[in-house]
Design a binder for this molecule. Sequence first.
Ligand SMILES: [Zn+2]
Length: 246
Amino acid sequence: MLAPALEAIAAAASVAAGYQTMSPTGQWYGRTFIGLPRGSKQLALTYDDGPNDPHTFRLLEVLARHNVHATFFLIGKYVGQRPDIARQLLAAGHTIGNHTFSHPLLTLKANSTIRQQLSDCRAALEDAVGAHSNLFRPPFGGRRPAVLHLARQFGLAPIMWNVTAYDWNAPPAAQIERKVVKQIRGGDVILLHDGGHKHMGADRSQTVIATDHLIARYKSQGYEFRTIPQMIESTPAHEAFASQHR
Ligand SMILES: [Zn+2]
């Protein structure tokens, strides 16, 4: 039996390890890109769980009106159902990444399942749009060393985020906007949703409105909106990040 003090330390460590598994900015399990150093005038909008009719289309209209490009992490199963939306995203100049085939929490899955999820999503994306980015975002932000290792074996670069919009339950746009504004430090990767992992058709109208407001707000403050590849390429940190994947 452990001495009480050691027990407390062990408990704290296991809590911390659990937290790190899900925390988007946790770096214990291998480097993942989460943004640029604080104070940068670049921001990246990222959208998960699409494609989604009609909200991905509404979002495309807003982004086009502001001449902003974003990064979309697509669910392979939905891409198979609506390859036209994925093609439209790419044609509009947005970046498309892998968000697995059916959005399981990978930390609980066998390696063979993780591999299958990554490759099935990649196949769906290749069928729909052909060449696309090597970016990968784990569903629910769930990681463990094996998830990141397998992703890198596939040539995928894990991309997390440091600003959470908390928009998955479709709160009012003003609330989404407020959550984001509270966390922005410059150089941020912002997590939003144009779809829902439970079914296609999730109502993302509030995220679309919040996006419109956020772009207007930060452009007026001199910020530029970039895709994740643009953000990575713009910094010397690119070297450190890229070296993880060689
Ligand atoms: Zn997701």
